[in-house]
Ligand binder design. Sequence first.
Ligand code: 13P
Ligand code: SF4
Length: 352
Amino acid sequence: MNELEMQAVAQIEAAKKQLGDDLVIFAHHYQRDEVVAWADSRGDSLELSRRAAATQARYIVFCGVRFMAETAAVLARPGQHVFTPRPDAGCILADQARIAQVEAAWAALTPPPGDMVPITYVNSDAQIKGFVGRHGGATCTSANAHDVLTWAFRHYQRVLFLPDQHLGYNTAHRLEVPDDDIAVWDPRFPPTDLARFQRARLILWRGACNVHVRFLPADVQQIRDRYPTARVIVHPECREDVVALADAVGSTSYIIRTISEAPSGSVWAVGTEEHLVARLRAENPDKKVLSLREPPPYCVNMSLTRVTDLARVLTAIVSGDKTGDKTGIVEVPAETAAAARAALDRMLEITK
Ligand code: 13P
Ligand code: SF4
């Protein structure tokens, strides 16, 4: 640790002591160890949304990417404030659905009205969640996409799934939706011939996570050649041809649970972000934990938050500064927040 980091650690310790139960620090599993070490709670997107909805703390500091902090802000009660140490940490997947594109697609796809519902992965900004909430839809996470899509098909004939094509396809495949009933909407080149889209039961938005699409079928093959006993476990943001070859698929918390409960001596090749894979390796010294691909892919946005950023936010909170750049306070306009909340509440209700 260098001097700045040691100073940051001292500031964090002092701020935590001073703020006590008024403060809760959440961290996503992809955060650096130096940040995770200070989290009161770490989890996958679903767990963190649930805990954000339940916490009584006045100050919620969210270490992750922006859509996660925004979700906590939407779920916050009056008097609670949400901060993120790196407001510049976006999500490349979330950025692939813009509200104007979604509204244009919806207008093109929805005659007759009422038979279609939008579902959005939480990896989307508050405006997209608001759009979904206003049209009777729900958010989903990688842990509950199956339950949310099941709900959607029970109540509506057609579903528009935003913004992750692979999560949408992988979930539909588990639900045995035939390929003929699925169409992919590319917002960059909106189709002019809509007949196929008006027939499809599931319309997938053409978006993808640039970290997870780096895993390829050839990586699975290479691992199996080199480690014949290896089990391959991947996140559902991976391409469907990779998921088809894997032994298990699930959210970040599912991956952690599966590997921690596995027998000693087992070998795991993991298709997800490297900060989590490295932590799994360190926490399971009796097992062999490999990245499914070498060199392993990192999420640049998740990597941005450093212990010094966390210290800066906490120091600003202690000093009562809730306005400046130092705090990274996250605020969502009231009307958008109310609509986004409807979509998040619907998800929490479907999967409670
Ligand atoms: P989880 O919902 O599994 O935590 O994943 C979030 C994410 O951003 C994966 O890239
Ligand atoms: Fe977004 Fe992918 Fe990073 Fe997850 S890993 S935050 S989906 S860019």
